[in-house]
Design a protein around this ligand. Structure first.
Ligand code: HEC
Length: 138
């Protein structure tokens, strides 16, 4: 597929899935991310903290950050080919333990759709190419 077709496809998938997701505000998302910073680094190549580095998490296969020991359920999800698309991140951040029972991410989730859209926009801004990842296979 050409880069243009991939981009257009990703954009239309995001738009179709949830209009709110496409309208995330990067600056607001960076503020929301303060809730994640205690456990997650975002600079390229930074060390894992309590949780894995999230610099390129958008479009990354689940459970595959180097130098991080994932829980069995998270590793198993990744082994099935699960990828962190914008939609899957939205699901996980709504209710981490609901989507991945047994995850060791001790975080209740972000109940407000705007907060999720903003923080995901921030994550996409760190790795724009990742938003073109193919939709999840499961
Ligand atoms: C209390 C610590 C903590 C907080 C706060 C936290 N996380 Fe996590 N996060 C983790 C841990 C630990 C894992 C690994 C989970 C596992 O292996 O089951 C994880 C995993 C993840 C993953 C999967 C990454 C991968 O490589 O597959 C994403 C995405 C994620 N967190 C996003 C966030 C975002 C966004 C926030 C803030 C809204 C957040 N987390 C807040 C600890 C945290």
């Amino acid at each position: 597929m050409t880069g243009f077709a991939r981009g257009a496809l990703a954009a239309s998938l995001i738009a179709l899935a949830a209009p709110a997701l496409a309208d995330g505000d990067i600056a607001k998302g960076e503020k929301v991310f303060k809730k994640c910073l205690a456990c997650h680094s975002v600079e390229a190549g930074a060390k894992a903290k309590v949780g894995p580095n999230l610099h390129d998490v958008v479009g990354r296969q689940t459970g595959t950050a180097p130098d991080f020991k994932y829980s069995d359920p998270m590793a198993a999800l990744g082994a099935e080919g699960h990828i962190w698309t914008v939609e899957e991140l939205d699901k996980f951040l709504t209710d981490p333990k609901g989507m991945v029972p047994g995850t060791k991410m001790s975080f209740a989730g972000l109940k407000k759709p705007e907060e999720r859209a903003d923080v995901i926009a921030y994550l996409v801004s760190l790795n724009p190419a990742g938003a073109e990842a193919p939709a999840a296979t499961n």
